[in-house]
Design a protein around this ligand. Structure first.
Ligand code: GDP
Ligand code: CA
Length: 344
């Protein structure tokens, strides 16, 4: 069993690779919900939906989120009625939001609605929202505003200077059912190349999840979302400095820290980071991480699992070493006793 911490597009691309090399039923994705928002009374979960659309192979191929073969009849009418079109919703996409909202209104938890939607789309990966509780990523800006993440990112196109990021509602949130268990019982925990602040950071902000990652005996291996010193897409480069992290492959590894990470995979363009990451006590390898096709994504997933196996093997070796050491100590102790007897 493999557990994967996941944001949206970067994670979806990675999961497509992972499920090319292991059975999808073996994979649990723990997905960010800090981006979720209400529009027109509908509950929208962008990261869960991006992953669902990718794994169901119905994602818009160029855009990389939303549906392929989409229409915008409803959105056009809303614009006619004077609504600002900043968060565009396609007709097919809207059907999913209508369904989700209705199920939530009937009292079902998001985790259950998510599982049903995944099944309807033929997605065999187990998709778990990080939490069933309402949380919301808030961006405070240097000009003194407090914005929902989507207002900052989609409406204002990440233009405002960021002062801070926090997950509103986090103190009272609990991990969704199955999340902690998946982390504790996994053979390996993988951190997808997702936004370290507003995707992975917000998952780790749900009380109990970071603790489970530190506790699990499973090796924890992440993939750098920074390639050649830059973000592949999104705005992580605008947010990392706001949380005191450097925008580099090594900077993101240091941000998660050796208490959490056992292994880190960087792009070969950032191969010079390997030594620095290893010096911090995190095993590090460089490979191709630009997952523009499924072959590269699958090879990257393979590298992650190999690194995880290496970490696990080393830990087992240490344990065996400890046990052997203890046996040797005991034998030495006995010998010393004998020695003591002989000496007397
Ligand atoms: P979002 O929720 O759709 O914004 O997506 P994520 O949370 O998954 O984060 C996007 C992050 O993934 C960005 O920081 C990108 O740099 C990174 N990313 C996207 N595609 C790739 C890829 O193919 N390789 C790597 N290494 N990183 C990627
Ligand atoms: Ca997202």
């Amino acid at each position: 069993m493999y557990a994967v911490l996941a944001g949206g597009v970067g994670a979806a691309r990675f999961l497509r690779g992972l499920t090319a090399i292991v059975a999808p039923e073996q994979v649990t994705a723990i997905v960010n919900v800090g981006d979720d928002l209400d529009r027109f009374g509908l509950r929208i979960c962008p990261d869960l939906d991006s992953i669902t659309y990718w794994l169901a192979e119905v994602v818009h191929p160029e855009q990389q989120w939303g549906r392929a073969d989409e229409r915008f009849t409803v959105a056009e009418e809303l614009i006619r009625l004077g609504h600002e079109p900043w968060f565009t919703l396609g007709d097919r996409d809207l059907a999913l939001h209508l369904h989700r909202t209705e199920q939530l209104r009937r009292g079902l938890p998001l985790s259950q609605v998510t599982a049903e939607v995944a099944q309807a789309f033929g997605v065999a990966v187990r998709l778990l929202p990080a939490t069933d509780d309402r949380v919301e990523t808030r961006i405070t800006t240097v000009d003194g505003r407090d914005l929902h993440f989507q207002e900052y990112w989609v409406r204002e196109r990440a233009a405002p200077e960021v002062a801070g990021v926090h997950l509103a509602g986090a103190p009272l949130a609990r991990p969704a059912p199955g999340v902690v268990d998946a982390l504790l019982s996994a053979d390996a925990v993988l951190i997808a190349p997702s936004n370290p602040v507003v995707s992975i950071g917000t998952i780790l902000a749900v009380p109990g999840i970071a603790e489970a990652l530190r506790q699990t005996v499973a090796p924890v291996v992440g993939v750098s979302p920074i390639v050649g010193g830059r973000v592949v897409r999104g705005m992580a480069d605008r947010l990392l400095p706001a949380v005191g992290a450097e925008v580099s492959a090594a900077g993101v590894a240091a941000h998660y820290g050796p208490g959490l990470l056992d292994g880190w995979v960087v792009d070969h363009r950032d191969a010079d980071a390997v030594g620095q990451v290893a010096a911090a006590g995190i095993r590090c390898v460089a490979t191709d991480t630009m997952m523009d096709d499924v072959e590269v994504a699958a090879a990257l997933a393979r590298t992650c699992l190999d690194l995880a196996a290496e970490v696990a093997g080393e830990a087992a070796g240490e344990q065996a070493g400890d046990a052997a050491g203890e046996a040797a100590d005991e034998a030495a102790g006995e010998a010393a006793d004998e020695g003591a007897v002989r000496a007397s």
